[in-house]
Ligand binder design. Structure first.
Ligand code: SF4
Ligand code: SF4
Length: 338
């Protein structure tokens, strides 16, 4: 029996699926995608899936949708090339920066989403107690957040090594089995026996699902913090993969411990529209998903959005909101935020 055979076609997953919500098309729904796999027919829907896996949480039959789509997708050469570049953030940074102004729709899209990139932070204390793993996109798009996380960890008395690299979530979501396994094997070797704090919550979730023992930054922070009272109001976005593993609950506990006021948005785990690199390759659907997310954020009445994953933060910033990671909240003087 294949993974697709556990689907009973009930449709409970439909409204959870961002691509169905914006297209109202069965082809672009989890159920439609599963049917195309079962019937072994080519479907455009396999390519338009954002791999947010919200459908898994909605499914009463326990369809392992993420594994199913990973098994059937064939990674396109362009996506494969981009994913390989992202494995080395210092190279990705140089290529993105030097491609500014080039006349390519894809690059124009990249630069409109990522108006500035920075050189990844390189840092290593003598005999480090732990590794800080920012994740590929975080290291080039939110260097200041990485610095703040490093300073917070060091302020608690730890010696740190920053390891810049990629967890392979994008490769996995695009069906590149060999490369995603290769990256996980490399990280297992690098992390062996060492404490690892991961700064991008969707990367934390993926690495855990692949059998790596890593601590999310929210968990590290929760263990180190005492009760505080920060006079600030935020709304919270729940990154999708972190949501699957319940990591966002820890983020909420940190916010609570900091005494920060929260005004919840509707469906905090509704897809931000980024979908890893999806917002580069499928701008039409991604823009419509981002618009729905923006409406939900606007309704909360708060512009400051806690987001612990970089692609989500980029999508939120693109829509005019101010994304903020826990590492920023722990380091910025509150008057800067008002
Ligand atoms: S992973 Fe997300 S986009 Fe893909 S079918 Fe499931 S809910 Fe829809
Ligand atoms: S994937 Fe799950 S929720 Fe969706 S139609 Fe199939 S059984 Fe129902």
């Amino acid at each position: 029996m294949g993974l697709e055979d556990t689907c009973v076609h009930c449709g409970f997953c439909l409204e959870a699926c961002p691509t169905y919500v914006v297209t109202r098309s069965e082809i672009h729904s989890p159920r439609g995608r599963i049917t195309s796999v079962r019937l072994a027919v080519q479907s455009e829907g396999i390519e338009t899936c954002m791999f947010c896996r919200r459908c898994e949480l909605a499914c009463p039959s326990g369809v392992e949708y993420g594994k199913l789509i990973h098994n059937v997708r064939k990674e396109a050469p362009l996506k494969k090339a981009v994913n390989v570049i992202m494995e080395k953030p210092s190279i990705a940074f140089r290529l993105i920066r030097s491609s500014k102004g080039l006349n390519s729709p894809l690059l124009k899209r990249v630069h409109s989403l990522l108006p500035s990139v920075e050189k990844p932070l390189e840092y290593r204390d003598e005999s480090p107690d732990l590794i800080l793993f920012p994740g590929c996109l975080m290291s080039i798009s939110f260097r200041k957040t990485v610095e703040r996380a490093l300073n917070f960890i060091k302020s608690k008395g730890y010696k740190v090594e920053v390891v810049n690299g990629c967890c392979g979530l994008s490769h996995y979501s695009e069906g590149d089995k060999d490369r995603s396994e290769f990256l996980i094997r490399g990280l297992k070797e690098k992390f062996r026996g060492r404490r690892v704090v991961s700064l991008s919550s969707n990367c934390t979730a993926h690495m855990r699902e692949m059998g790596l023992q890593v601590e999310d930054f929210s968990e590290f922070a929760l263990n180190e913090l005492k009760d505080e009272k920060i006079n600030l109001t935020v709304t919270l976005h729940d990154p999708c993969h972190a949501n699957l593993l319940g990591i966002n609950k820890t983020t909420r506990r940190v916010i609570e411990r900091l005494g920060i006021n929260v005004r919840e948005m509707d469906e905090p785990s509704f897809e931000c529209g980024a979908g890893g690199g999806y917002f580069i390759y499928h701008p039409e659907i991604a823009d419509r998903v981002m618009e729905i997310k923006a409406e939900k954020v606007k309704k909360s009445g708060v512009n400051l959005v806690v987001s612990t994953n970089p692609a989500c933060s980029i999508a939120l910033a693109f829509k005019g909101f101010r994304p903020i990671h826990l590492a920023d909240l722990l380091s910025i003087e509150t008057h800067e935020l008002r």
